[in-house]
Design a protein around this ligand. Structure first.
Ligand code: AKB
Length: 317
């Protein structure tokens, strides 16, 4: 739409850095404002950057007014493993940050809000395989608790204030452009950097720890397809289950070894194993498929081939 202007929080993170580029292609470079607590020194972008601490609701209002924002993609969050290091801080960023966005969106007539959720909303007593959309949800990380509360708030703002909030329960996201920070699924990214560097990888999960995962191009496409779907197709306003592939550290090692036969891995599970054990091993995303036509493109083999090809390209600095 010609007059739409997008604001993204957490835009320098793993998903934000790629989603902002995809949104810029869709809406135009001049219509996408990226924000984060600060811009990392090596962060390359053609998009306008504004510093924003998501706890500062006044600054958010100022930016919304200044840039005539119509859509907000709220990605800023503390992830599962980092959250356990300082649970109250994680709660504050994840909950107060989200409520600031919702409140500003309601008061300033924002047309659409995207607030991602995660497989972290599930817990130890959730069915592990083909985890249904609606099931037992007793998360035991502060990240998971905040994402589940965020889902309830999303539905609340939609029902009570007709705010067009949409959300996906992302699995672990694998990508090569910007590294993830502080997640339990990060091993599936770190492992590629070690393999490409010809180094051994010490994995913080055990070899048979299965988790749902997705390659970044699928995650970006899912987000855009969800947000561009006609409103009557969006039947779930908490967050949609979303799935692409599921593998263990042992299986991703085997996939990497097809390209780099000398690659070696060892296992030293730490506190993140308990988090991984509380999450599903695979996800039933039939609601997303039926409601707005979701279909992933990348499986483990295709993703591994693409990751290795892209990481092998030497960077020119
Ligand atoms: C994490 O591991 O915390 C995230 C997630 C699954 O939401 N990648």
């Amino acid at each position: 739409m010609p007059n739409d202007t997008i604001l993204i929080t957490g835009a320098c993170g793993q998903i934000g850095s790629e989603l902002s580029q995809a949104l810029a292609q869709h809406y135009g470079n001049n219509n996408v404002i990226i924000t984060d607590i600060r811009k990392p020194d090596n962060f390359q972008t053609d998009l306008a950057f504004e510093a924003l601490n998501v706890l500062d609701g006044g600054r958010l209002v100022e930016l919304v007014q200044k840039h005539k924002i119509t859509h907000i993609y709220h990605l800023a969050a503390v992830l599962s493993a980092s959250g356990e290091q300082d649970p109250l801080f994680a709660w504050q960023i994840n909950m107060e940050g989200m409520l600031n966005v919702m409140q500003v969106a309601r008061e300033r007539g924002i047309k659409q809000v995207y607030h991602p959720s995660s497989i972290a909303v599930f817990g130890h007593d959730t069915p592990k395989n083909d985890t249904p959309q609606y099931t037992l949800m007793n998360p035991n990380t502060v990240y998971g608790i905040s994402k589940l509360a965020g889902e309830r708030w999303s539905e609340y703002y939609f029902q009570k204030y007709k705010l067009d909030v949409r959300s996906l329960r992302y699995p672990g996201i694998i990508s090569y452009k910007t590294p993830p920070g502080g997640g339990t699924t990060d091993y599936a990214v770190d492992i590629f950097y070690k393999a490409i560097a010809g180094k051994k990888y010490e994995c913080f999960l055990h070899e048979n720890s299965y988790l749902p995962m997705m390659y970044m191009p699928d995650a970006i496409r899912a987000t855009l397809e969800l947000m561009n779907a006609p409103s009557d197709k969006i039947k779930i306003r908490s967050a949609y289950n979303l799935s692409a592939m599921s593998f263990s550290p042992k299986e991703i090692t085997q996939a990497i070894k097809k390209h780099i036969p000398e690659f070696r891995i060892s296992y030293k599970p730490d506190f993140r194993q308990n988090i991984a054990d509380s999450w599903p091993q695979s996800i039933d995303d039939s609601s997303a498929r039926n409601d707005w036509g979701w279909k992933p493109e990348y499986d483990l083999e295709k993703m591994t081939e693409d990751m290795i090809a892209n990481l092998a390209i030497p960077t020119t600095v």
